[in-house]
Write a protein that binds this ligand. Structure first.
Ligand code: VGL
Ligand code: ZN
Length: 204
């Protein structure tokens, strides 16, 4: 088998709300799109993820009385950052950025659809237990090696890459095709944590 058959490019959440002008804009979020489009040609498997929340989602500050965006709350599954309303199902903010090439993707995975649980990772919801089905999809295709790119480095890319490593995939993250939110040192924490889990960090 062509070695490329074993590899997938996982493109995390390149959506309007995470790009400049969006509800939860990641600085420079749109700068990575050209690079991601070019990278897609080198992979047999391309997966796109889409943050896809129902309105009133429990990760939105607006769903909690007296709370503001970026406050922390305790959820039954652990600590949760509260976000501005973002990536509401079917809205323009939840759509992929118009510049992102989507035709080559063999799977579009939507996450964060459970009103009660956030889902940073493309593999498990934030309870670290409820699976999205991505692991089974990749294993059925014979994929063992994953390269992660997209938004945001310190949230959805980080937790997706960490779960992938824990599941036994060979994992790399290309920082030249990622951008971070960087909330209270979360970028530094993300890089340290990924390195500690033997994730290969490239493009630094
Ligand atoms: C994300 C915060 C909330 C992300 C998604 O894609 O990194 N961050 N929802
Ligand atoms: Zn979200």
């Amino acid at each position: 088998m062509d070695p490329a058959q074993h590899q997938a490019l996982i493109i995390i959440d390149v959506q309007n709300d995470f790009c400049p002008g969006g509800a939860l804009a990641v600085p420079g979020g749109d700068e990575i799109i050209e690079r991601i489009n070019l990278m897609q040609h080198s992979f047999a498997h391309v997966v796109l993820t889409q943050d896809w929340h129902p309105s009133g989602h429990s990760s939105f500050a607006s769903a909690h009385d007296g709370k503001a965006p970026y406050d922390m709350v305790e959820m039954p599954y652990g600590d949760q950052v509260l976000w501005p309303d973002h990536c509401v199902q079917g809205t323009d903010g939840a759509a992929f950025h118009a510049g992102l090439a989507t035709a080559r993707a063999d799977l579009i995975l939507r996450k964060g659809t459970n009103p009660a649980i956030d889902s940073y990772s493309a593999f498990f919801e934030n309870d670290h237990h409820t699976a999205t089905g991505l692991e089974g999809y990749l294993r059925d295709k014979g994929v063992v090696s994953l390269l992660f790119v997209g938004l945001a480095t310190d949230f959805c890319v980080r937790y997706s890459a960490l779960d992938a490593a824990k599941l036994g995939f060979d994992v790399s993250v290309d920082l030249s095709a990622c951008r971070a939110i960087d909330l209270n040192g979360s970028l530094r924490q993300a890089l340290d944590e990924m390195q500690a889990h033997t994730i290969t960090i490239i493009g630094q």
